[in-house]
Ligand binder design. Structure first.
Ligand SMILES: Nc1ncnc2c1ncn2[C@@H]1O[C@H](COP(=O)(O)OP(=O)(O)OP(=O)(O)O)[C@@H](O)[C@H]1O
Ligand SMILES: [Mg+2]
Length: 244
């Protein structure tokens, strides 16, 4: 039975989809079979990041209304074997209800070691559908006041939904910019303010942004890839010391 992890954020654009793509590839490197479900109806992006956007015929909504069996809407990522994607509907009005989503994920989790669910920003119905079946949640924040403040709302909502484990990833961290902003004294203050236990820190890495924008595999000797590998190990229960 696979572990289901929803990747959320209060504020938009913090790097949820980038983390889903990078972490998916990192979990595959650890020997897992991984499915990424894009729950961002109307704004899907994981298909582009994994280089399969030209091939999509069906999406989650097609499974739900019976247009196709589930495996016809699940696409293998060509460049990363054992990484699969289930795309979100292109149109926001076709988004799947939390009740149906939960049933679907309970079936799919039998076939994968990990399911990562890429969530829309905020705590609307898209968020609920994405989070309802999760065994754990990652809140992705940038080390900026607005982003950090929004963690609190998401964490409370996830708690109300009884998600057993809620973890923080600080993404796009750039020490020079962080110091220049001069809002938080250090990263501990960011973590305290978020109210969420830290899972990992991903540095700002334009090389990784370019890979995902071009739909190329998130791999290689890059700072962010190293961070994704460490986060993947922690998700698998391996003790990896927090970033130095
Ligand atoms: N670690 C990183 N280093 C540099 N750029 C990054 C990093 N992570 C994400 N980005 C860039 O930040 C932008 C937003 O990333 P992404 O689309 O993953 O965010 P998101 O949280 O999924 O956004 P949305 O809320 O719109 O779904 C993209 O241009 C992406 O390339
Ligand atoms: Mg996204």
């Amino acid at each position: 039975m696979g572990k289901v992890t929803v990747i959320t954020s209060g504020k938009g654009g913090t790097g949820k989809s980038t983390l889903a793509a990078g972490l998916g590839a990192a979990l595959v490197r650890r020997g897992s079979r991984v499915l990424i479900i894009d729950c961002d109806a109307g704004m899907r992006g994981i298909d582009l990041m994994l280089g399969v956007s030209g091939e999509l015929v069906f999406d989650i909504a097609d499974i739900v209304i019976g247009n196709c069996p589930p495996d016809s809407a699940i696409y293998p990522c060509k460049t990363v074997p054992e990484l699969y994607i289930l795309p979100a509907p292109q149109n926001v009005r076709d988004k799947v209800s939390p009740y149906i989503m939960k049933q679907l994920v309970r079936v799919l989790e039998k076939y994968y070691d990990h399911i990562l669910i890429d969530c829309p920003a905020g705590i609307g119905t898209g968020f609920q559908s994405a989070a309802v079946s999760a065994h754990r949640a990652i809140i992705v924040a940038n080390a900026e006041p607005l982003s950090v403040r929004s963690c609190d709302k998401v964490r409370s909502r996830l708690k109300e939904m009884n998600i057993p484990s809620i973890l923080l990833v600080i993404n796009r961290f750039n020490e020079r910019k962080f110091r220049k902003m001069n809002v938080f004294p250090d990263l501990d203050a960011v973590i305290d303010r978020s109210g969420v236990r830290l899972l990992g820190i991903v540095p700002e890495d334009n090389a990784v942004a370019s890979l995902t924008q071009r739909g190329e595999p998130v791999e290689g000797r890059l700072k962010a890839v190293y961070a994704f590998d460490r986060i993947a190990a922690r998700l698998d229960g391996v003790h990896v010391p927090l970033e130095d």
